[in-house]
Design a protein around this ligand. Structure first.
Ligand code: ZN
Length: 292
């Protein structure tokens, strides 16, 4: 099953178009794409019924798509979760998942234009797991049962804010507006032959920057859920950004960062792609003062 946020309304996505959930369910489920996660098992049962599948299709274009999970209560992210990225970052391999937060105000849609607040903004393509049931102290063997679906994400990072100071401040450096684009759809785990082994990558103006497989994670999705839920209860509709492979700009020689006018394309096998145009923010140092 695939769902999307189309102009702020929850839709089921089929090959030949989308079904408006509120209309097709006669109001059983609301149009708010966030509200559905509190009733995910009930929604899945309805969505896989013949009623939902036979309902009228609504056409939509890519620009209509918003973040499939627009207002999560918690957004976790895992650092240093692919060995080749640990190596390029010159950190030690963590003994348990290395977790930080991205604030929900940083979320954006799959085709939104993103403002760059400085000339030090870096890319990190990541698989994003969406929680479908309250999870507290969940063993890794049961963890996938708590996953509503998977989507594509970018964990954009302003490297100066992220890394400066005696104790690095990951949360703010990764939470400027637009720094967490997600989408284009949410795909339930049963749609994949192996949800732990998906090709992912990103490209800048057509030049591939990252290319890997999620099977190369140090801590797979199930172990991340076990670790985080052992401390914080995970709530329906929460997001976990599951880490990025090698190829980020800050680790390149010479270093490279996102520039206004470029387009960042990010993809994961079986889910789809984000295409985010980049522009200079109002405080961008490359932008002359007083000009608009
Ligand atoms: Zn990341």
């Amino acid at each position: 099953m695939r769902t999307a946020n189309v102009n702020g309304r929850l839709m089921l996505v089929f090959d030949d178009g989308a079904v408006d959930v509120e209309k097709a369910s006669d109001g059983l489920f609301p149009s708010d794409p966030q509200a559905v996660f509190d009733r995910w098992p009930e929604f899945r049962t309805w969505a896989t019924s013949a009623t939902a599948a036979s309902h009228e299709r609504v056409p939509f274009v890519r620009r209509d798509l918003g973040a499939p999970v627009p207002r999560p209560r918690q957004v976790f992210a895992v650092a240093l979760n692919y060995s080749d990225h640990v190596e390029e970052s010159a950190f030690d391999t963590p003994a348990q998942p290395s977790v930080f937060t991205k604030y929900p105000t940083s979320l954006a849609g799959p085709h939104d234009t993103i403002e760059l607040p400085s000339a030090l903004v870096d890319w990190e393509v990541e698989l994003v797991a969406v929680i479908g049931a309250r999870a507290h102290r969940v063993p890794s063997a049961d963890a996938w049962q708590y996953v509503a679906g998977l989507t594509v994400g970018q964990d954009l990072s302003e490297r100066r804010i992220q890394l400066e100071g005696p104790a690095p401040q990951f949360a703010l450096g990764k939470s400027f507006p637009g720094f967490s684009p997600t989408g284009p759809v949410l795909v339930t785990p049963d749609e994949f032959a192996d949800p732990d082994d998906l090709a992912l990558g990103c490209a800048l103006d057509g030049e591939t920057m990252q290319e890997s497989r999620t099977s190369r994670m140090i801590f797979p999705v199930s172990e991340q859920i076990a670790w985080i839920s052992g401390i914080c209860p995970l709530l329906p509709g929460d997001l976990i950004f599951t880490g990025t492979p090698a190829g980020v700009g800050g680790a390149r020689d010479p270093r490279r960062f996102l520039a206004p006018g470029e387009e960042l394309r990010s993809w994961i096998e079986g889910i789809g792609e984000l295409r985010n145009p980049l522009i200079a923010g109002s405080t961008h140092p490359d932008r002359p003062h007083g000009h608009h």
